[in-house]
Write a new protein. Structure first.
Length: 251
Protein backbone atom coordinates (compact mmCIF):
# COMPACT_ATOMS: atom_id res chain seq x y z
CA UNK A 1 0.00 0.00 0.00
CA UNK A 2 1.10 3.57 -0.72
CA UNK A 3 2.45 5.06 2.53
CA UNK A 4 2.18 8.58 1.12
CA UNK A 5 5.91 9.20 0.83
CA UNK A 6 7.54 9.74 -2.58
CA UNK A 7 9.57 6.58 -2.06
CA UNK A 8 6.48 4.54 -1.26
CA UNK A 9 4.57 6.02 -4.19
CA UNK A 10 7.39 5.13 -6.57
CA UNK A 11 7.63 1.54 -5.31
CA UNK A 12 3.87 1.13 -5.66
CA UNK A 13 3.99 2.53 -9.19
CA UNK A 14 6.76 0.07 -10.09
CA UNK A 15 4.77 -2.81 -8.58
CA UNK A 16 1.70 -1.85 -10.61
CA UNK A 17 3.77 -1.82 -13.79
CA UNK A 18 5.25 -5.21 -12.97
CA UNK A 19 1.77 -6.58 -12.35
CA UNK A 20 0.65 -5.25 -15.75
CA UNK A 21 3.63 -6.88 -17.42
CA UNK A 22 2.91 -10.16 -15.65
CA UNK A 23 -0.78 -10.12 -16.58
CA UNK A 24 -0.62 -8.66 -20.09
CA UNK A 25 2.69 -10.02 -21.42
CA UNK A 26 2.46 -13.59 -20.18
CA UNK A 27 2.07 -15.10 -23.64
CA UNK A 28 4.89 -13.06 -25.16
CA UNK A 29 7.18 -13.85 -22.23
CA UNK A 30 6.55 -17.54 -22.81
CA UNK A 31 7.13 -17.14 -26.54
CA UNK A 32 10.34 -15.16 -26.01
CA UNK A 33 11.68 -17.76 -23.59
CA UNK A 34 10.87 -20.44 -26.14
CA UNK A 35 12.75 -18.54 -28.87
CA UNK A 36 15.83 -18.28 -26.67
CA UNK A 37 15.64 -21.95 -25.75
CA UNK A 38 15.27 -22.86 -29.44
CA UNK A 39 18.40 -20.86 -30.25
CA UNK A 40 20.42 -22.53 -27.50
CA UNK A 41 19.21 -26.00 -28.48
CA UNK A 42 20.01 -25.37 -32.16
CA UNK A 43 23.57 -24.26 -31.46
CA UNK A 44 22.95 -20.55 -31.94
CA UNK A 45 24.41 -17.67 -29.97
CA UNK A 46 22.61 -15.07 -27.85
CA UNK A 47 23.24 -11.31 -27.83
CA UNK A 48 21.65 -8.31 -26.13
CA UNK A 49 21.86 -4.67 -27.13
CA UNK A 50 20.58 -1.45 -25.63
CA UNK A 51 21.70 2.16 -25.99
CA UNK A 52 21.98 4.68 -23.18
CA UNK A 53 20.10 3.60 -20.07
CA UNK A 54 18.47 0.83 -22.10
CA UNK A 55 21.90 -0.80 -22.01
CA UNK A 56 21.52 -1.43 -18.28
CA UNK A 57 18.94 -4.25 -18.66
CA UNK A 58 21.06 -5.69 -21.48
CA UNK A 59 24.15 -5.72 -19.29
CA UNK A 60 22.14 -7.34 -16.48
CA UNK A 61 21.75 -10.43 -18.68
CA UNK A 62 25.47 -10.90 -19.32
CA UNK A 63 27.88 -12.92 -17.10
CA UNK A 64 25.12 -13.01 -14.49
CA UNK A 65 24.84 -15.38 -11.55
CA UNK A 66 21.68 -17.38 -12.14
CA UNK A 67 21.62 -16.34 -15.80
CA UNK A 68 22.41 -18.07 -19.07
CA UNK A 69 26.15 -18.10 -19.74
CA UNK A 70 25.52 -17.75 -23.47
CA UNK A 71 24.14 -14.21 -23.37
CA UNK A 72 26.64 -11.74 -24.82
CA UNK A 73 26.55 -7.95 -24.86
CA UNK A 74 26.52 -6.38 -28.32
CA UNK A 75 28.25 -3.09 -27.57
CA UNK A 76 28.16 0.03 -29.71
CA UNK A 77 31.20 2.18 -28.81
CA UNK A 78 30.08 5.38 -27.16
CA UNK A 79 26.53 4.16 -26.65
CA UNK A 80 26.85 1.76 -23.72
CA UNK A 81 25.14 3.45 -20.82
CA UNK A 82 26.76 6.80 -20.02
CA UNK A 83 30.29 5.62 -20.79
CA UNK A 84 31.35 8.68 -22.79
CA UNK A 85 31.97 12.34 -22.02
CA UNK A 86 29.89 14.31 -22.52
CA UNK A 87 27.06 11.89 -21.81
CA UNK A 88 24.95 13.65 -24.46
CA UNK A 89 27.25 12.19 -27.14
CA UNK A 90 25.68 8.77 -26.55
CA UNK A 91 22.24 10.20 -27.29
CA UNK A 92 23.57 11.82 -30.47
CA UNK A 93 25.07 8.51 -31.65
CA UNK A 94 21.62 6.90 -31.42
CA UNK A 95 20.48 9.17 -34.25
CA UNK A 96 23.27 8.38 -36.75
CA UNK A 97 22.40 6.45 -39.90
CA UNK A 98 24.64 3.50 -40.71
CA UNK A 99 26.18 3.01 -37.27
CA UNK A 100 24.12 -0.09 -36.40
CA UNK A 101 24.85 -1.66 -39.78
CA UNK A 102 28.60 -1.11 -39.32
CA UNK A 103 28.47 -2.64 -35.83
CA UNK A 104 26.52 -5.69 -36.95
CA UNK A 105 28.63 -6.31 -40.04
CA UNK A 106 31.79 -6.42 -37.90
CA UNK A 107 30.24 -8.38 -35.01
CA UNK A 108 30.19 -12.15 -34.48
CA UNK A 109 26.43 -12.37 -35.15
CA UNK A 110 25.42 -14.79 -37.88
CA UNK A 111 22.29 -16.41 -39.24
CA UNK A 112 20.61 -18.56 -36.60
CA UNK A 113 21.63 -16.35 -33.68
CA UNK A 114 19.22 -14.31 -31.56
CA UNK A 115 19.48 -10.63 -30.64
CA UNK A 116 17.52 -8.86 -27.92
CA UNK A 117 17.18 -5.17 -28.81
CA UNK A 118 16.15 -2.92 -25.92
CA UNK A 119 14.95 0.63 -26.50
CA UNK A 120 12.38 2.32 -24.31
CA UNK A 121 11.12 4.66 -27.03
CA UNK A 122 12.05 2.50 -30.00
CA UNK A 123 12.12 5.67 -32.11
CA UNK A 124 15.81 6.37 -32.60
CA UNK A 125 17.76 5.36 -35.67
CA UNK A 126 20.21 3.04 -33.92
CA UNK A 127 17.79 0.47 -32.42
CA UNK A 128 15.50 0.55 -35.47
CA UNK A 129 18.41 -0.05 -37.85
CA UNK A 130 19.89 -2.64 -35.49
CA UNK A 131 16.75 -4.74 -35.54
CA UNK A 132 16.09 -4.34 -39.26
CA UNK A 133 19.63 -5.20 -40.35
CA UNK A 134 19.92 -8.10 -37.91
CA UNK A 135 16.88 -9.71 -39.51
CA UNK A 136 18.42 -9.15 -42.94
CA UNK A 137 21.37 -11.20 -41.68
CA UNK A 138 19.07 -14.05 -40.63
CA UNK A 139 19.18 -13.22 -36.92
CA UNK A 140 16.02 -13.58 -34.84
CA UNK A 141 15.13 -10.35 -33.03
CA UNK A 142 13.24 -9.87 -29.78
CA UNK A 143 12.39 -6.21 -29.20
CA UNK A 144 11.82 -4.78 -25.73
CA UNK A 145 10.15 -1.38 -25.84
CA UNK A 146 7.24 0.74 -24.70
CA UNK A 147 4.69 0.41 -27.48
CA UNK A 148 3.02 3.62 -26.29
CA UNK A 149 5.81 5.66 -27.90
CA UNK A 150 4.79 4.47 -31.35
CA UNK A 151 1.40 6.13 -30.99
CA UNK A 152 2.45 9.25 -29.08
CA UNK A 153 5.77 10.22 -30.72
CA UNK A 154 7.28 10.26 -34.21
CA UNK A 155 10.08 8.03 -35.41
CA UNK A 156 13.58 9.44 -35.92
CA UNK A 157 14.42 6.76 -38.47
CA UNK A 158 14.22 7.70 -42.13
CA UNK A 159 11.62 4.98 -42.73
CA UNK A 160 9.25 6.45 -40.16
CA UNK A 161 9.13 3.09 -38.40
CA UNK A 162 9.81 2.06 -34.81
CA UNK A 163 11.74 -0.81 -33.24
CA UNK A 164 8.51 -2.76 -32.82
CA UNK A 165 8.09 -2.85 -36.62
CA UNK A 166 11.30 -4.85 -37.17
CA UNK A 167 11.11 -7.66 -34.61
CA UNK A 168 10.10 -11.30 -34.65
CA UNK A 169 8.55 -10.73 -31.24
CA UNK A 170 7.89 -7.59 -29.17
CA UNK A 171 7.79 -7.35 -25.37
CA UNK A 172 5.92 -4.25 -24.20
CA UNK A 173 7.32 -2.76 -20.97
CA UNK A 174 4.15 -0.64 -20.46
CA UNK A 175 6.25 2.40 -19.48
CA UNK A 176 4.48 5.72 -20.07
CA UNK A 177 5.96 8.20 -22.52
CA UNK A 178 8.55 10.28 -20.66
CA UNK A 179 9.50 7.51 -18.21
CA UNK A 180 8.62 9.34 -15.00
CA UNK A 181 6.13 7.93 -12.52
CA UNK A 182 5.67 10.76 -10.02
CA UNK A 183 4.56 14.38 -9.94
CA UNK A 184 4.40 16.95 -7.16
CA UNK A 185 3.00 20.45 -7.25
CA UNK A 186 6.29 21.74 -5.84
CA UNK A 187 8.39 20.12 -8.62
CA UNK A 188 7.99 21.49 -12.17
CA UNK A 189 8.86 18.25 -13.99
CA UNK A 190 7.71 14.63 -13.60
CA UNK A 191 10.32 12.41 -11.93
CA UNK A 192 11.22 8.89 -10.77
CA UNK A 193 11.85 6.68 -13.85
CA UNK A 194 10.84 3.02 -13.64
CA UNK A 195 11.95 1.67 -17.02
CA UNK A 196 15.16 0.04 -15.76
CA UNK A 197 13.40 -1.78 -12.92
CA UNK A 198 10.57 -3.02 -15.12
CA UNK A 199 12.63 -3.90 -18.19
CA UNK A 200 15.20 -5.82 -16.15
CA UNK A 201 12.47 -7.79 -14.40
CA UNK A 202 10.71 -8.45 -17.70
CA UNK A 203 13.88 -9.81 -19.26
CA UNK A 204 14.77 -11.93 -16.25
CA UNK A 205 11.30 -13.49 -16.48
CA UNK A 206 12.08 -14.34 -20.10
CA UNK A 207 15.41 -15.90 -19.15
CA UNK A 208 13.76 -17.93 -16.39
CA UNK A 209 11.25 -19.18 -18.97
CA UNK A 210 14.08 -20.09 -21.34
CA UNK A 211 15.92 -22.07 -18.66
CA UNK A 212 12.78 -24.01 -17.77
CA UNK A 213 12.03 -24.63 -21.45
CA UNK A 214 15.48 -26.12 -21.98
CA UNK A 215 15.06 -28.36 -18.94
CA UNK A 216 11.69 -29.54 -20.26
CA UNK A 217 13.50 -30.71 -23.40
CA UNK A 218 16.06 -32.65 -21.39
CA UNK A 219 18.80 -30.04 -21.94
CA UNK A 220 20.71 -28.75 -18.92
CA UNK A 221 20.50 -24.95 -19.13
CA UNK A 222 24.02 -23.43 -19.29
CA UNK A 223 23.54 -21.36 -16.16
CA UNK A 224 26.18 -19.49 -14.20
CA UNK A 225 26.46 -19.64 -10.43
CA UNK A 226 27.64 -16.92 -8.11
CA UNK A 227 31.40 -16.85 -7.76
CA UNK A 228 30.84 -15.94 -4.12
CA UNK A 229 29.40 -19.32 -3.10
CA UNK A 230 31.50 -22.41 -2.52
CA UNK A 231 32.00 -24.32 -5.76
CA UNK A 232 30.64 -21.49 -7.91
CA UNK A 233 33.88 -20.73 -9.75
CA UNK A 234 34.51 -24.39 -10.58
CA UNK A 235 30.94 -24.69 -11.85
CA UNK A 236 31.35 -21.63 -14.06
CA UNK A 237 34.68 -22.84 -15.42
CA UNK A 238 33.00 -26.05 -16.55
CA UNK A 239 30.14 -24.23 -18.26
CA UNK A 240 32.51 -21.82 -19.97
CA UNK A 241 34.71 -24.63 -21.26
CA UNK A 242 31.69 -26.51 -22.59
CA UNK A 243 30.16 -23.49 -24.31
CA UNK A 244 33.28 -21.42 -24.95
CA UNK A 245 32.63 -21.17 -28.69
CA UNK A 246 29.41 -19.29 -27.97
CA UNK A 247 30.70 -16.99 -25.22
CA UNK A 248 32.34 -13.80 -26.49
CA UNK A 249 32.82 -11.82 -23.28
CA UNK A 250 35.78 -14.06 -22.39
CA UNK A 251 37.82 -12.97 -25.43
Amino acid sequence: MDDGTPGGRFLDAAIRLLERVRDEESETITAAGGMIADTVADGGRLFAYGAGHSSLPAQDLVYRAGGLALMNLLAVPGAVGVDVQPATLGSALERIDGLATAVLDTSPLRAGDLLVVISLSGRNTLPVEMAAHARELGVKVIGVTSVAYATQTTSRHSSGTFLKDHCDLVLDSKIAVGDAELTLESIPAPFAPASTVVTSALLQSVMATAAASLADRGIEPPLLRSGNVDGGLDWNDRVMREYGDRIFYLR
